[in-house]
Design a protein around this ligand. Structure first.
Ligand code: HPA
Length: 241
């Protein structure tokens, strides 16, 4: 049952999918964290893999950058490949002064400058939130693991090169933690398709201070997030079996 952007059979995907942005990150996770991983699709170099983590079947599928790309993969996974849970693992630019580089944010809510959620959900009144049970599980696991984990509202933007110089201060005043480019699509589509979703991001750069992670720090921070996301995914895989 191939879709326009995923060339795979229904059973090729696990019920639980980790979704980084970058296809090379998907390959990195498959190679370094999953047992018996196999490539299941590579249309447009969007390489998806399935393997096992602590005995549970997990897939990894990249979203590409931005909501239009992410929405295509998210919709096809939920609608055509019997995927139940998608956990985004990404990076974000920090607004909030209390956030440090490397901190992990669990997106307990989301606002956006995109019309996509409105168009998908049929009107301007909507709420973009993760699956509560997933959020709670992630926070509990985070507390046990001693990670520097915060939950709060993220801003999903259609714009990376933001021209609005006042945006930063308004976001800080509104208590928005960070900016990234995919979570709103994930939360809107999960609602429509009646599926489960959670978005995790690490702060790779700080928009107030201008600080950024070195590539070495990026990698080790990424490893922390992958480990954490796999614990969350694995617990979900057990409960969806
Ligand atoms: N803007 C949007 N997305 C991002 C950023 C940013 O500054 N940093 C990491 N992802």
């Amino acid at each position: 049952m191939s879709t326009p952007h995923i060339d795979a059979e229904v059973g090729d995907f696990a019920k639980v999918v980790l979704m980084p942005g970058d296809p090379r990150r998907a390959a990195y996770i498959a190679d370094n964290y999953l047992q018996d991983s196999r490539l299941i699709t590579d249309v447009r170099n969007a390489t998806g893999y399935t393997g096992r983590y602590q005995g549970n079947e997990i897939s990894v599928m990249p979203s590409g950058m931005g909501m239009p790309s992410a929405a295509i993969y998210i919709t096809e996974l939920y609608r055509s490949f019997e995927v139940e849970v998608i956990i985004r693992i990404g990076t974000a630019g920090g607004f909030a002064p209390q956030l440090d580089l490397r901190d992990m944010v669990v997106a307990s809510g989301c606002i956006t400058n995109s019309r996509m959620p409105e168009l998908l959900l049929g009107g301007p009144e909507y709420e973009l939130v993760p699956t509560v049970a997933l959020l709670n599980d992630a926070m509990a696991l985070g507390a046990e693991s001693g990670l520097s984990l915060q939950s709060g509202t993220v801003f999903t933007s259609d714009i990376f090169y933001e021209p609005d110089e006042g945006l930063n201060d308004r976001m800080i005043a509104d208590g928005i933690l960070c900016v990234e480019m995919e979570t709103a699509a994930l939360y809107a589509i999960a609602q429509i398709e009646n599926k489960q979703a959670l978005s995790l991001v690490t702060i790779s750069d700080h928009l107030t201070t201008g600080a950024r992670l070195s590539s070495e720090d990026r990698q080790s921070t990424l490893d922390e997030m992958i480990n954490f996301a796999l614990q969350v995914a694995s617990a979900q895989a057990e409960s969806t079996e």
